[in-house]
Ligand binder design. Structure first.
Ligand code: TIU
Length: 222
């Protein structure tokens, strides 16, 4: 059993063979200029791009330690038939889901170049990729049965954005009985509310789960 101290001073105890590192939506559409996130955030990509390097370090340590690695991607069918109506309706900008962006990729559409995970975090053979249409990675996906099949009980969650898909996925996982730790320096978003979201997540001695810095997790894995 490995262990590291978390933000609330509680210890997160985990067995590597029962633990998955989950990288949420580290896609070109959310991180690169001209993508969906760039348009939605008004060009505020600095914070989300800054998490790529710390995620690479944690991903290397997780791979070396033999953790299961799961990547998620948000996107829709080319005909948008799987896009929830509220998601289509609540768009503030001229360029919308399914439109061709200035990169030539259609925004947030499966199969487009910008739907891919950024090259530096590209999945290795044997790692899992979960395609999702919602914010949370459990909604209408095979993630839960996959985790059960793999006997995974603990999830270390990274990715973008903290306020949206990371928080939703982490809370969905908590409700499903997983011990969740969000990795604080490996997640960020388009809005300046990361600390609020993370403090809420681990408030009251673990209302929804744990929060910890990647340095502590890497130390535990070494
Ligand atoms: N991955 C993810 O967070 N999708 C979003 O749409 N995020 C926003 O913050 N909009």
């Amino acid at each position: 059993m490995l262990s590291f101290e978390t933000q609330t001073e509680a210890y997160y105890n985990f067995e590597p063979q029962k633990t998955a590192l989950v990288l949420v939506d580290m896609q070109r559409d959310f991180l690169e200029a001209g993508g969906f996130g760039d348009i939605q955030s008004g060009g505020n990509l600095q914070a989300v791009r800054a998490v790529v390097a710390p995620i690479m370090r944690l991903l290397n340590a997780a791979r070396d330690a033999g953790l299961t690695v799961i990547h998620t991607r948000e996107g829709h069918a080319p005909d948008l038939s799987d896009c929830p109506t509220p998601k289509l309706n609540r768009q503030r900008f001229d360029l919308k889901i399914g439109d061709v962006g200035r990169t030539g990729s259609r925004l947030l559409i499966r199969g487009e170049a910008f739907h891919d995970i950024v090259p530096s975090l590209a999945p290795f053979p044997g790692e899992f990729v979960i395609d999702k249409t919602g914010k949370g990675a459990f909604y209408r996906t095979d993630l839960h049965p996959l985790l059960v099949d793999l006997s995974i009980s603990h999830l270390l969650i990274c990715g973008v954005t903290t306020e949206c898909c990371v928080f939703t996925t982490a809370t969905e996982a908590n409700d499903r009985g997983f011990e969740v730790c969000i990795v604080s320096d490996c997640t960020d978003g388009y809005q300046p509310i990361k600390d609020v979201m993370l403090n809420l997540f681990c408030s009251a001695d673990g209302l929804l789960g744990y929060v910890a810095d990647s340095a502590r997790i890497i130390s535990a894995l070494e």
